[in-house]
Design a protein around this ligand. Structure first.
Ligand code: PGA
Length: 258
């Protein structure tokens, strides 16, 4: 069965070991009786806290991911973390191409493509973020931007590997840190999903395309998740702000499992 995927992107919001431990305590308490056959929840803390989640991920429905990585396995790369290191810490997923990486670290599609390749070689699953900024949306360039990013980033990803890849439509302007007035409308989200699906069908064929998960990110919380993620046919969510509130986040996850 193809499961929904809910990804908690903690960013740098839980900013110390104590804050991480408090979050874990509360989430563990709240999720004691939680089980789900149709939804996998992925926790993506800053990499140095991956080890703190080892107990939580003993449950089948929970797994671990990173917020970024480098494209080499090892070597003289001060400050970087490799897919191989992440795998050795039991990570299963890596978020790549997040707009905050593009904005503050000037990451380009070509670098993201290299990271995706390496992550797949390391038997991890990349969660690739794509989406337009506000200016591009105003100029009606959403479809063009999404297609360009898909083409660039998936250029070298073949049929065997695309199934391990998760595509996240995350309009940059809709991320809560960018203070959007509203998230996109259901129609806008559905249009983006259909565009991504069509791209996948054209490149990989229908059967393979059906196996690729497409999720949505940008201001998702426990109140709007049904309308903007589930009713739009998305198969999961990338969640920033709401993920650092353990009770609200669990409510959000449960909406997928209902
Ligand atoms: P948000 O962040 O849920 O706070 O909008 C999502 C993200 O940036 O991945």
């Amino acid at each position: 069965m193809k499961k929904n995927l809910v990804v908690a992107n903690f960013k740098m919001k839980l900013a110390s070991k104590t804050e991480i431990e408090t979050w874990l305590r509360n989430f563990e308490k709240a999720s004691k009786k939680f089980s789900s056959l149709n939804t996998e929840t992925v926790f993506c803390p800053p990499s140095l806290f991956l080890g703190n989640f080892s107990e939580l991920i003993q449950k089948d429905e929970f797994s671990l991911g990173a917020q970024n990585c480098f494209w080499e396995d090892s070597g003289a790369y001060t400050g970087e973390v490799s897919p191989k290191m992440l795998a050795s810490m039991d990570a299963k997923y890596v978020i790549l191409g997040h707009s905050e990486r593009r904005k503050y670290f000037n990451e380009q599609d070509s670098e993201i493509a290299k990271k995706v390749e390496k992550v797949l070689k390391s038997r991890l699953n990349p969660i690739i973020c794509i989406g337009e900024n506000l200016e591009e949306k105003r100029q009606d360039l959403t479809m063009e931007v999404v297609l360009r990013q898909l083409k660039n980033i998936l250029e070298k990803v073949g049929r065997g590997n695309i199934e391990k890849t998760i595509l996240c439509y995350e309009p940059i302007w809709a991320i809560s840190a960018n203070n959007p007035e509203n998230p996109p409308t259901s129609n806008e989200i559905m249009e983006a999903r259909l565009l991504i699906k069509k791209f996948l069908v054209d490149k990989y064929g229908r059967t393979t395309a059906e196996r690729v998960k497409i999720i949505y990110g940008g201001s998702v919380d426990q109140n709007n998740v049904k309308e903007i993620c589930i009713d739009t046919g998305m198969e999961g969510a990338l969640v920033g702000s709401c993920s650092v509130k353990p009770y609200d986040f669990l409510k959000l996850v449960k909406t997928f499992t209902d």
